[in-house]
Design a protein. Structure first.
Length: 325
């Protein structure tokens, strides 16, 4: 039996998340458009980053600050505050949905999408506690805006009991780990895309070709060394969590379907994602594959994540079809 009032409030919070993510996206766009150093002409592609934070001994911290230009900083701060609000609003939507159904709120694609939006936002704001990631705000808030918009306008499903296969504590363990991993992969791929934009601007500038857009982006993000280090650290943290999600899913499959692995579409694409990111970490640790090559692997890995999250969940038929709309 469901609690209709709590379900209604959960939906209200989901729509509030859509509004807040729209505002955050707008402020981050304004910040990114206006941001440049106070003493640098707007057309000059100079990369300016804040100095890395130091510990009491003066050593660089584990995750260095990535910096934010002077102009547009106020808009970025507002966008960051809205991101924290967005995380709280989406968490409220998830919690109230679970309370209304008296179960873990991951029983259908609508709930996956809302929880996924929270996971991405949470990864973003938590990362902001260790380093300046406001330059990623446009990508993160835009992704969350699209995700929540599709959830409330296309994927919305009334609260209903779980199908028998989902009646397990592994639902909370396996799917939550997968959703939080998606948040980490989103951050990492954002840094990789920024790296590729800076690399393209550098290469085209060297040969005298026009690079208006990539040059504009390159002037507003950290330098390549910091982007590469940030992407690697985020992926290195997230990959074990995704590995745990895959292993937990196999254990749950044994309990539910009496086999650990059956090459179901969802299982297959989860493994594909694991292989791609394993290749990224290996490439990043190999001298000849650092930089742009490793960044491209990261981007293709995130494309696989999106395909798994939306296309496989909704369109593919298999034992995981209960995760559809």
């Amino acid at each position: 039996m469901t609690d209709e009032m709590l379900s209604l409030f959960s939906t209200y919070f989901a729509y509030a998340g859509l509004v807040v993510s729209t505002l955050a996206f707008g402020f981050f766009i304004a910040s990114f458009s206006l941001s440049r150093t106070a003493d640098t002409p707007a057309e000059q592609p100079v990369l300016v980053t804040a100095g890395a934070p130091s510990d009491v001994n003066g050593a660089e911290s584990v995750m260095p600050s990535l910096g934010q230009p002077v102009r547009g900083q106020r808009w970025a701060n507002i966008g960051m505050s809205l991101s924290w609000l967005q995380a709280g609003v989406l968490l409220a939507a998830v919690v109230l949905r679970g309370l209304s159904a008296h179960r873990w709120p991951l029983g259908n694609m609508y709930e996956f999408a809302i929880f996924g939006a929270f996971g991405v936002t949470a990864a973003f704001v938590i990362a902001s506690l260790r380093t300046d990631v406001r330059w990623l705000g446009v990508l993160i808030s835009g992704f969350v805006l699209l995700d929540v918009g599709v959830a409330v306008m296309v994927l919305f499903t009334e609260v209903a009991p779980l199908v028998p296969a989902l009646h397990s504590y592994w639902l909370a363990i396996h799917v939550t780990a997968a959703v939080l991993s998606t948040g980490g992969f989103t951050l990492g791929s954002g840094a990789s895309l920024a790296y590729l934009a800076v690399e393209r601007a550098r290469r085209r500038t060297e040969v005298g070709q026009p690079v208006r857009f990539t040059r504009w982006v390159a002037a507003r993000v950290p330098d390549q060394r910091r982007l590469d280090a940030f992407a690697y650290r985020v992926h290195a943290f997230t990959f074990p969590l995704w590995t745990f999600a895959v292993v937990a899913g196999a254990i749950w499959a044994q309990a539910a379907w009496h086999r650990y692995w059956g090459w179901d579409p969802k299982e297959t694409w989860s493994f594909v994602i694991w292989v791609v990111y394993a290749a990224y970490l290996h490439a990043r640790a190999t001298a000849g594959w650092k930089g742009a090559r490793a960044a491209w692997i990261s981007v293709w890995g995130f494309i696989a994540v999106l395909f798994n999250f939306f296309v496989v969940n909704i369109l593919f038929v298999g034992l995981h079809s209960y995760s559809g709309v």
